[in-house]
Design a protein around this ligand. Sequence first.
Ligand code: S3P
Length: 173
Amino acid sequence: MPLSIVYIIGFMGSGKSTAGRKLATSLGWSFIDLDRRIEEKAGKTIPQIFSDNGEEHFRKIESETLRELVSELNTVVSTGGGTPCHGVNMDFMLGTGLTIYLKMTPIQLTSRLLESSGERPLIKNIPDNKLEDFIEDKLAVREKWYLRAKIIVNGMNLDISNLDSQIRLAIAK
Ligand code: S3P
């Protein structure tokens, strides 16, 4: 089976959607943002799903929506920060495509998330002065999934053309 799905994974705020979109343009592929697909499917926003139905329900739709993408060809998918860390989603992505982890430090993530914490249900109630500790703890738990990615890159100052070459090389193998 030709490997034609690239999954971008990483913590909230690591720039997965921006990188995914740029990468898709560079490769001449399609782009899908998993969170936006989930919102279309549920007919409500992610914060609404969390508040109306709870996180467990969100994880169920997230896993289902991820599986529905498997027939896509030549597509870059940006996932949510928790996607690889629930159920067997990471195994699923490793088995169906090329996984790329955008790695960042808690300090880098904190400064990016301070700007947009209100849009994210998992951090919206965390005071600014506690955010870095929260990120450090959560990242320590989540990295064991993230680090299973086939390609790991520094998410800061991402070099898209270099990543494009790495993907072409990995796919040609
Ligand atoms: C989540 C990250 C969010 C979204 C949801 C849960 C998480 O996506 O899927 O709020 O568990 O880290 P982003 O990583 O795009 O913020």
